[in-house]
Design a protein around this ligand. Structure first.
Ligand code: G1P
Length: 294
């Protein structure tokens, strides 16, 4: 089985829900405390052994390329001010030569189209896809488990989480088949079904290991649910041609595509940091008492 060494990060989204914050900066650079969303996703991929990163960008994403580049003036200034430790921490974020590629998605035609735009960079090897607005904090990355499942079964593997029935219209929803040792066979998948039509409440949460044959499926996928080329529809078309499995997340998951999820993630991350915990907890307690009093 070919090892998965490359991850695709579709980052061309307009970030409409976060306007005006995202008017002049990509959504994935929004910080959870002091780390941009994309940094969490890149760290997660690296922790799972992924070496090569492919960002599928759109117009207005140039700040992302700068983020992963040397900031010569900033680093020199920090060193001159005796803050070499901070400069070194920035250096640590960089990747080796040739380990980052940028592919431009000229037309915003959806997630499936974004992945397809990376086809010439990916070639004929399985690859991961990470949606950085789904923030997953865990000790062992779910991606590692997904790679193990892929090594055993091949084909396509997705990460799922239970969502409230009322929320199925925001996600790709799977129909689970037999489950062995936590590995769920996927027999069907549908993009953003209404709660009354949803086959389950197991939602795909932005982590995929994909067989390279998905690119041919995407090539012929018609526009779907939201007038976009959906990755979900190509996964559906692949059922029966390659194995398809799902695993449940074991992490703390935050849908940072929504404002409430973003705020939840920020609070969670702040409470998890020794340099901030007591201050933030104090603020929460004070605000809670305040709202009880009023
Ligand atoms: C995308 C996918 C959807 C998936 C979701 C996870 O939707 O199309 O299947 O469940 O990401 O966040 P989007 O959130 O881009 O509308």
């Amino acid at each position: 089985m070919t090892q998965v060494k490359t991850a695709v990060f579709p980052v061309a989204g307009l970030g409409t829900r976060f306007l005006p914050a995202t008017k002049a900066m990509p959504k994935v650079l929004l910080p959870i405390v002091d780390r941009p969303l994309i940094q969490y996703a890149v760290d997660e991929a690296a922790a799972a052994g992924i070496e090569n990163l492919v960002f599928v960008t759109g117009r207005g994403n140039s700040a992302l390329e700068d983020y992963f580049d040397v900031s010569f003036e900033l680093e020199a200034t920090l060193r001159a001010k005796g803050q070499s430790d901070i400069a070194a921490s920035l250096e640590g974020l960089r990747r080796g030569p040739g380990q980052i590629a940028y592919v431009r998605q000229i037309d915003p035609l959806g997630l499936g189209h974004a992945v397809w735009c990376a086809r010439n960079t990916i070639g004929d090897a399985p690859f991961a896809v990470l949606l950085a607005d789904e923030l997953i904090l865990s000790d062992v990355p779910d991606l590692t488990t997904m790679l193990e499942v892929h090594a055993e079964h091949g084909g396509n593997v997705v990460l799922v989480d239970e969502v409230a029935r009322s929320r199925t219209g925001s996600y790709g929803i799977i129909t689970p088949g037999e489950t062995h040792n936590g590995v769920i066979e996927v027999t069907d998948i549908v993009e953003k079904p209404n709660p009354e039509h949803a086959p389950s409440n197991l939602a795909v949460i932005g982590r995929y290991i994909l067989d390279p044959s998905i690119m041919a499926m995407l090539e012929t996928t018609e526009t779907g649910a939201g007038g976009e080329i959906e990755l979900t529809d190509a996964l559906l078309a692949s059922i029966g041609t390659v194995p398809f499995h799902a695993v449940r997340t074991t992490g703390d998951r935050f849908d940072c595509g929504s404002k409430t999820g973003f705020v939840d993630a920020t609070i969670h991350a702040a409470l998890g940091r020794s340099d901030m915990r007591s201050h933030v907890q104090g603020t929460i307690d004070r605000l809670a008492n305040h709202s009880t009093d009023s």
